[in-house]
Write a protein that binds this ligand. Structure first.
Ligand code: PEP
Ligand code: MN
Length: 362
């Protein structure tokens, strides 16, 4: 027992440090056969580092498959023994943490529906006190970095030293392309706040469908994510949960094969010199852009004074429409997307309105 425990601990430590880290397995453990066979097929690819399986499933609506429960843990243990793959499951309560650890689960993750709730995260963190297990924390359902960071702090305060993050996208009303909008900038900001933390991307829950998994996975690797968590099932169409987004182990293997694993850094000196030059140019342009924006705001303030003195409203819709239309024509010519230009102009406009408001209302 002592020796297997030490061996397992060593195995997960090695995996923890491996880049890229690939986690895969079914959304849910369904039957012993399904879990063991899927695990064996994944192990045969030679490309998977950690086996995942949902044992307890927080579902949006009652009546959906809510997970097989603790009886699936021995299946997972068996799959691990047969394949040599370390395992990970989602935990949402203190009891689930204990059950998972009793069955030697090597790594735990906190799901998006749990990260949103500080009571639940605290309960999980309390159960983790004194335990040496890596924990991955998925982003909360809503785009709130403070909440995500709060969960990290709660787990860190329980003295868990190996904490990682999983970016699984954010719920947004009316979004059609993705099941959960990636909002990449939020993951990037989280990487900036926690530079030493493992950052894994979960294309499955971002996409919600198979056909765009590859694009999202590649984008994550291009953005220097440390790994991927992708759901895989021996027979995806018959899966009891998330059937549309799961892929067979063979397809997973193809996907991982075709991803271009770019490195953040390369040693070549000429590459660095060229990059430094381009970065210097970007710095100059950014500098000029900021000067111009400041200049634009000063003009807006002058207009504010003028409007105040003549009792005119801040927002004049016609004028704003003119600006948009003129900018779109120019943007099209310059090859800037309308989406980008709209977001940029909205931000500039908001700032102008705030400044004018300050001037007009003291
Ligand atoms: C899952 O990984 O199967 C899951 C439920 O994910 P999320 O918490 O991201 O919805
Ligand atoms: Mn799932």
């Amino acid at each position: 027992m002592q020796t297997t425990e030490t061996a397992a601990r060593k195995a997960i430590q090695e995996k923890w440090e491996k880049r890229p880290l690939v986690i895969s397995g079914p959304c849910s453990a369904e039957t012993e056969e399904q879990l063991v066979t899927t695990a064996q097929q994944l192990a045969e690819t030679g490309k998977v580092d950690v086996l995942r399986a949902g044992i307890w499933k927080p579902r949006t609506k009652p009546g959906m498959f809510e997970g097989i429960g603790a009886k699936g843990l021995p299946w997972l243990q068996k799959a691990s023994h047969l394949t040599g793959l370390p395992t990970t499951v989602e935990v949402a309560t203190g009891k689930q943490v204990q059950d998972a650890l009793t069955f030697e689960v090597d790594m735990l993750w906190i799901g998006a529906r749990t990260t949103v709730n500080p009571f639940s995260v605290q309960e999980v963190a309390d159960a983790l006190r004194g335990v040496d297990v890596p924990v991955l924390i998925k982003n909360p359902i809503n785009p709130d970095l403070e909440l995500w960071g709060g969960a990290v702090e709660r787990v860190a305060r329980a003295s868990i030293s190996r904490i990682g993050l999983i970016h699984r996208g954010f719920s947004s009303y009316g979004n059609t392309e993705f099941r959960n909008a990636p909002m990449w900038h939020l993951a990037i900001e989280m990487k900036r706040r926690y530079p030493d933390m493992l950052m894994v991307n979960d294309p499955s829950h971002i996409c919600g469908r198979r056909d765009i998994l590859m694009d999202v996975a590649q984008k994550a690797i291009d953005l220097d994510f440390d790994g991927l968590m992708i759901e895989s099932h021996m027979d995806p169409d018959t899966a009891w949960s998330d059937a549309k987004q799961q892929v067979t182990p063979a397809r997973l293997s193809e996907m991982l094969e075709s991803i271009k694993w770019r490195r953040e850094d390369v040693a070549s000196e000429s590459f660095h010199i060229a990059l430094d030059k381009l970065r210097e140019q970007i710095n100059h342009v950014d500098d000029e852009l900021l000067d111009l924006l400041a200049q634009r705001m000063r003009i807006a303030e002058k207009i504010g004074e003028y409007k105040r003195n003549n009792d005119v409203t801040i927002l004049q819709t016609n004028r704003w429409n003119q600006i948009l239309e003129k900018s779109f024509v120019k943007a099209d010519k310059l090859g800037l997307s309308r989406d980008f230009v709209t977001r940029y102009l909205d931000a500039v406009h908001m700032e102008s309105i705030n400044r004018q408001n300050r001037i007009m209302n003291g």
